[in-house]
Design a protein around this ligand. Structure first.
Ligand code: SF4
Length: 339
């Protein structure tokens, strides 16, 4: 990204994430700005706005109170927020595949599971072949400077079939010589094989702050498998290479979220606190408040150093992108964190 002296976007990013959307005027957005993965799955598209330090991804919505005037090489974001009007100079980023600087590809676009917050199971169950994945990476490289390849997937076959499909893809994409991140529902022993296949980082999503919420939100999936797989992964990939998304706003208490964060850190796992995007069965849930988004990011930032962990070292996937989350170390100013 372009260098910048200040981090204006980081200072207001919690307010923007609490809104979650933007309307864009001026120079039309690149056609590649739409997404089939992550929180915007199944929606019309997003914009990535950056000030050169931080990045935010916002869903396109012409009724949004957040406005981005795009001038092409530069852009201005304005927002009449709860703390008064704000304005940030920056630019709209182009995307490789799904997000800037990455070829972030969803292998299976459908899923046999029905997590209550997720739209993926309602999408076409197309499964990309290794050749299609290679072709998407080449396309991404033609649009943007690609620094890594990230792979994610819904589950459409047996877990064994999913693993074999993934390994076939990993064999094919080695030639690009880029760091590779993998975020899937893991099977026991998966990390060892991913490591052998040259994968740099993994993200296995615990999704909820508590076991009870997981049982309610993700029927058919096993949180113990995820927890055990994450611990196993740390043994192979090491510090700053194992991540997990925890959704903020599913009904957990503050104490439960903090306890979950601490359990992750104690095991060498970096949690990514992902504000809920209300959708699918949870379409009528409120978005998490800006205060909660900021509060948990500050808590995480204050605890990470004790465990020698630093998400700004991420080379792939969401911790590298940072579009959907308030990211410790990068978005928050060191030394300015509230006590
Ligand atoms: S933070 Fe993750 S889900 Fe969000 S846009 Fe970036 S890569 Fe996608």
């Amino acid at each position: 990204m372009m260098p910048a002296d200040t981090n204006d976007l980081g200072r207001i990013k919690h307010l923007l994430l609490a809104v979650g959307s933007a309307h864009v005027t001026g120079v039309p957005l690149p056609a590649s700005l739409s997404s089939t993965a992550g929180p915007g799955a199944g929606k019309g598209g997003s914009v990535f706005f950056s000030d050169g330090v931080s990045r935010v991804r916002l869903t396109l919505d012409e009724n949004s109170p957040v406005h981005i005037e795009n001038f092409g090489d530069s852009a201005v974001l304005t927002f009449d927020g709860p703390e008064g009007p704000v304005s940030v100079d920056g630019f709209v980023e182009k995307t490789g595949c799904h997000c800037p600087k990455q070829a972030y590809i969803t292998i299976n676009e459908g899923c046999i599971f029905s997590c209550r917050y997720c739209n993926v199971q309602n999408q076409d169950k197309h499964t990309k072949t290794p050749d299609e994945i290679v072709s998407l990476i080449k396309d991404a490289c033609s649009r943007d400077t690609i620094e890594c390849i990230s792979l994610t997937s819904g589950v459409v076959g047996t877990m064994k079939e999913e693993d074999e499909r993934l390994f076939a893809i990993l064999e094919k994409i080695r030639v690009f010589g880029l760091p590779i991140g993998v975020s899937v529902y893991p099977t026991p022993g998966l990390s060892a094989r991913l490591f052998e296949h040259g994968v740099s980082e993994v993200k296995f999503n615990l999704e909820t702050a508590t076991e009870k919420l997981f049982a309610e939100m993700c029927p058919g999936l096993d949180r113990n498998v995820l927890r055990d797989s994450l611990k196993e992964a740390v043994g192979f990939f090491g510090k700053n290479r194992v991540y997990t998304n925890i959704i903020l706003g599913l009904g957990e208490s503050k104490a439960e979220m903090k306890q979950c964060i601490m359990q992750c850190l104690e095991n060498g796992i970096i949690p990514i606190i992902r504000p809920l995007t209300p959708s699918a069965e949870l379409f009528d849930y409120p978005r998490p408040s800006a205060a909660d988004i900021l509060g948990f990011a500050e808590f995480l930032q204050s605890e990470l150093p004790r465990f020698g962990l630093d998400p700004s070292k991420a080379r792939t996937m969401c911790a590298k992108c940072m579009g959907c989350d308030l990211t410790p170390m990068t978005d928050l100013h060191a030394g300015e964190v509230a006590a």
